[in-house]
Design a protein around this ligand. Sequence first.
Ligand SMILES: Cc1cc2nc3c(=O)[nH]c(=O)nc-3n(C[C@H](O)[C@H](O)[C@H](O)COP(=O)(O)O)c2cc1C
Ligand code: SF4
Length: 451
Amino acid sequence: MLDLSKFQATGRETCFHGRHLGAQIYAGLNGSNWHLQDYLARGGYSALKKILGKDGVEGSAGMTPEQVIAEVKLSALRGRGGAGFPTGLKWSFMPRMFPGPKYLVCNSDEGEPGTCKDRDILAYNPHIVIEGMAIAAYAMGIKTGYNYIHGEIFEVYERFEAALEEARAAGLLGDDILGSGFSFQLHAFHGFGAYICGEETALLESLEGKKGQPRFKPPFPASFGLYGKPTTINNTETFAAVPWIINHGGQAFLACGKPNNGGTKIFSVVGDVNQPGNFEVPLGTPFSQLLELAGGVKGGALKAVIPGGSSAPVLPAKLMMDLTMDYDAIAKAGSMLGSGAVIVMNDTRCMVKSLLRLSYFYQHESCGQCTPCREGTGWLWRMVDRIEHGRGRPEDLALLDSVADNIKGRTICALGDAAAMPVQAMLKHFRDEFVHHIEHKQCLVGAAAHA
Ligand SMILES: Cc1cc2nc3c(=O)[nH]c(=O)nc-3n(C[C@H](O)[C@H](O)[C@H](O)COP(=O)(O)O)c2cc1C
Ligand code: SF4
């Protein structure tokens, strides 16, 4: 059973209370209304009924798969898993006439440090993901789907299984859904907690029962995916956005965000804030407003922000305070919106120590297949470790930069880049702290605090 007590301790607050602006996925949630009857009461499954022509509207012919894909393209929905790839375009890559099995996969692995949104969607609004996946399956002519859920959140996996049972019993999943002739079987699968299994091809290997290691690409999953068959993989939040698009139209979704950045996005605001948690706001919302929603900075002044999960380059406070939270604005500033985890750091944080923690994570999670990542991530970690502990050498900063450069773009998957980019961003924006550690064998932040 999920324990909601931490959200309801005041009797007034839930995990959603005051945590959204213009909510699409969080609309009407109170932390306990996740069942099918609650979702139906909120208008749930009306989008699926609409495309299947089963919405009770007289003469409704439903929507063709091409019309569904066109609507998703118009919405400018971009993948919420990290890369921000346009979802409608990805769906159009699926060879719809392929004569044989094709698969739809939901990526609920969510291992990016700082990110905790997908587990909340699955726990508190699981049917929105089921409906989104059923719509996607219809659009791409797919009959079988899997939701790959991170292994360390077993209660969320159980919640999703329960929701699947409800949907099957109501004829919303399975054969001949609502008498439309469209069939879609959806299953849940749990991983075992490896970060690398969030990379889409490692996920497919793991789903096939093999060691979760990324595949060489090309071929891409659209042509050679699960069991070697055409496969489309999207993030949990990406699927959760789809019912709203079908109900309200792609244009309305686009209008609620920014051009090329449609809809709302759930940000996991974590670190030095007074009220950490998940916040759903329209893309393009100023960072300062998001920070305010999260109760403002705790324990000091704002120093820096990692705006898109631990793989995203850090940005200093001054830059962040002028930014809006959307894919293009953050990329222009030199970072990434990524998975939407906003890691807030106050001015008591030492950047050398912070980078040490990040570097430890990446060397630990490298699957070891490619030499630049396997050797390079360990090398980066050991160098940052000696700088942090007063054993750094003046030449280490150039060496850190060069090792990071030699990992980037030379690996099978993007974990290598994810390990290298934070190092270079820290050196770019906070070099003085690294120099101080090397020259004085102590921390600049600590020294300032004790001056
Ligand atoms: C190391 C690594 C870890 C990843 N982890 C996740 C993850 O936990 N969840 C996720 O949706 N995407 C993750 N991704 C991105 C996926 O490979 C893929 O791009 C995504 O699931 C596609 O869905 P989207 O287009 O809806 O974003 C990861 C990528 C890498 C390189
Ligand atoms: S980049 Fe790292 S995690 Fe990715 S395949 Fe290569 S060794 Fe494995």
